[in-house]
Design a protein around this ligand. Structure first.
Ligand SMILES: [Fe+2]
Length: 351
């Protein structure tokens, strides 16, 4: 975890020491815009992030300062810094985390026509407190030498008796699985989600352990036939410089579940304006920038995710994974069901 300030700006540091509030910025002539800065707290840490931030500075003259950290500690940090927090924007992954951050009162409402028109309504908070800037699908990976892709078409298929001892997953209390179960509760109700979780646990090849990449590696190694993972973990293996990782990618296939039904479960990485932001106008400008074609390309390609703004090109690997029908369930509907989701995974032994 790196908590030191990273100066990304193209300008000198002299003007940055100027103490001025967000509301005052609006009255400063554009000529002096170069005195502005924006402070980003981010759980992103990708190679292309420097380009992402530098391009914003190039376009606006606003210097970008970044604090990188793990997602949950960043939320705790903003909370504990209180009204003195320098944070203007929080960027993090998963609808569940954005929802939790919002429950903590971290986000301000942003009324931006740009963000509302560019980001589909199901990928942002209806009240404008957080916005999705890239999408990921939670899919099924299979060992190509053991499974034919048409043998598994849905999340429910993972609970069939024929896959007993052949399915793996990271622990149920992981936020990605929590959001998946919350999505199931929204679409099928809690009893169906409970049955699914029970059936999944009954088919586990081993107790849940490791992250999503560990599941893909285990499937490639023959520890199990099937696993539930986010798309970018698969794609990131293909683009990894290590030939061993590329080999893992070559041994597995991707199934986009529920294509004949409501479509595959979608999650986002995203962010919002911090309620106590000292540089509110610059923070909003930065969020709007993230929805621009250039930023969308950086943002999504950095981690092999799907852009949220239509027309943005996909990374070559993501493109090679094929098109699919995605669930249009509102991401904002997951949050209120997270508590129930945790009960379900706990009670059914998905630990
Ligand atoms: Fe992840």
């Amino acid at each position: 975890m790196n908590h030191s300030w990273t100066r990304r700006g193209l300008l000198g540091t002299g003007i940055a020491a100027l103490v001025i509030t967000g509301s005052q910025f609006a009255e400063i002539p554009a000529l002096f815009a170069q005195g502005q800065e924006v402070n980003i707290y981010s759980s992103r840490h990708y190679n292309t992030d420097k380009q992402l931030y530098d391009e914003f500075t190039r376009q606006t003259g606003i210097k970008v300062n970044v604090i990188e950290g793990e997602p949950d500690p960043l939320i705790v940090r903003i909370k504990s810094e209180g009204k003195n927090s320098p944070a203007d924007v929080l960027l993090t992954a998963d609808a569940g985390r954005l929802w939790r951050a919002n429950q903590e009162g971290i986000f301000a409402t942003v009324n931006s026509k740009t963000l509302q028109s560019k980001i589909p309504a199901n990928l942002r908070d209806p009240q404008g407190r957080w916005f999705g800037f890239s999408k990921r699908a939670r899919v099924i990976v299979y060992n190509k030498s053991k499974v034919k892709p048409n043998q598994v078409k849905t999340y429910a298929d993972l609970t069939k008796p024929q896959w007993k001892g052949k399915v793996i997953s990271r622990p149920g209390n992981n936020i990605y699985n929590q959001s998946l179960v919350a999505w199931m509760i929204v679409n099928q109700g809690a009893p169906a989600a409970t049955n699914w979780s029970k059936g999944l646990v009954a088919n586990f090849a081993r107790p849940p352990q490791g992250n999503d990449t560990a599941q893909i590696e285990a499937v490639a190694a023959g520890v199990a036939d099937l696993a539930i993972v986010n798309t970018y973990y698969v794609a990131n293996l293909a683009t990894n410089k290590d030939p061993k990782k590329q080999e893992v990618f070559n041994k597995v296939g991707v199934i986009f579940p529920d294509q004949a039904g409501g479509g595959t479960h979608i999650n986002i990485s995203g962010g919002g304006l911090v309620a106590t932001a000292p540089n509110k106008a610059a923070g909003i400008k930065f969020l709007e920038y993230l929805a621009s074609p250039k930023a969308q390309a950086f943002f999504a390609q950095a981690n092999n995710e799907y852009p949220v703004v239509a027309g943005t090109p996909l990374s070559a690997t993501v493109k090679s994974m094929g098109t699919f029908k995605e669930s249009k369930t509102s991401i904002a509907s997951y949050g209120p069901n997270l508590a129930r989701a945790l009960q379900i995974t706990d009670q059914t032994g998905w630990k």
